[in-house]
Design a protein around this ligand. Structure first.
Ligand code: HBI
Ligand code: FE
Length: 290
């Protein structure tokens, strides 16, 4: 049996809905200190880069500076704002379980914190990615309604066998989305907000493409799970995202079902390109690897 040294919750007893006991009092001082250092680093980088909705939520929930939050107490604050609660889970939960939680305004957050050896980057969603990256955005009433609508739509995608199309929507918005503001692009995707390097790369590096959001196009676009993105999609507002959920998804799924996947570094004629990236970050990686 592989003992998961990285995640001491991996063997925790799970409820039927895959939630576990966060056992907040078992976090060590070392873990609380690591949380504080992760927050301090992002708190320095994000002003001027993260969208106001995120910064406002982070402040309202008082998430940083006082050690790893107790999800129960944090949920009591969040619930007053948008009705959402945060439920502790050991690691990724099955698709149908994930959708059911989101559809019922329960956000499943990993309880483990990344080891010091993965301070800069961890592929699995740990408590810093989930609570610092995702939860502040759930204080925005429109964006959090979009996440709930995503959960409600998830079951349909599963039934149609088109989860991969919907997962791309989540990836290029909830995880890696950018929003247009008067003074420039701002970050709202949790995968970026919880990553120091990508917080700078996504806005300032000439390498990635930046393309305006288009639902069908985005649902056909492959993505990278273990490195920066080759393309970032931009929305004009969270209302634009929510309005998309009122469209007939049956029609959308039909359109994208037959469509060929678009490679993440490919641009297509229909694109409203904000800027065509050089892709140098990945070209250099290829060159160094060879
Ligand atoms: N999908 N099926 C499933 N299960 C998860 O736990 C899950 C996911 N998609 C995204 C995701 N978790 C991460 O965004 C976490 O940070 C919540
Ligand atoms: Fe996530």
């Amino acid at each position: 049996m592989v003992i998961n040294s990285k995640n001491r919750y991996a063997t925790a007893p799970k409820n039927a809905d895959y939630t576990i006991d966060q056992a907040w009092d078992t976090y060590s001082d070392v873990e609380h200190d690591r949380w504080n250092r992760l927050c301090e680093r992002q708190n320095k980088i994000l002003p001027g880069r993260a969208d106001e909705a995120f910064l406002k939520g982070l402040k309202a929930l008082k998430i940083t500076g006082d050690g790893i939050p107790d999800m129960e107490k944090l949920s009591d604050k969040l619930e007053v704002i948008t009705g959402w609660r945060i439920v502790p889970v050991a690691d990724l939960v099955p698709d149908d379980v994930f959708f059911d939680h989101l559809a019922n305004k329960r956000f499943p957050a990993g309880a483990f914190i990344r080891p010091e050896s993965e301070f800069d980057y961890i592929q699995e969603p740990d408590i810093f990615h989930d609570i610092y990256g995702h939860v502040p955005m759930l204080t925005d009433p429109v964006f959090s309604d979009f996440v709930q609508a995503y959960g409600q739509g998830g079951m349909r995608a599963l039934e149609l066998g088109q989860l991969h199309n919907l997962a791309r929507l989540y990836w290029y918005t909830v995880e890696f989305g950018l929003v247009k503001r008067e003074d420039g692009l701002r970050i709202y995707g949790a995968g970026i907000l919880s990553s120091p390097h990508e917080s700078v790369f996504c806005l300032e590096d000439p390498s990635p493409h930046r393309v305006e959001f288009d639902m069908e196009r985005l649902m056909c676009t492959d993505y990278i799970i273990d490195d920066f993105q080759k393309v970032y999609f931009t929305i004009d507002s969270y209302q634009q995202l929510l309005d998309q959920c009122y469209r007939d998804f049956g029609e959308i799924y039909k359109t994208v079902k037959a469509a060929p996947a678009i490679a993440p570094d490919e641009l297509i004629d229909l694109d409203n390109v904000i800027n065509k990236g050089t892709q140098t970050y990945f070209l250099n990686k290829l060159r160094n690897a060879s």
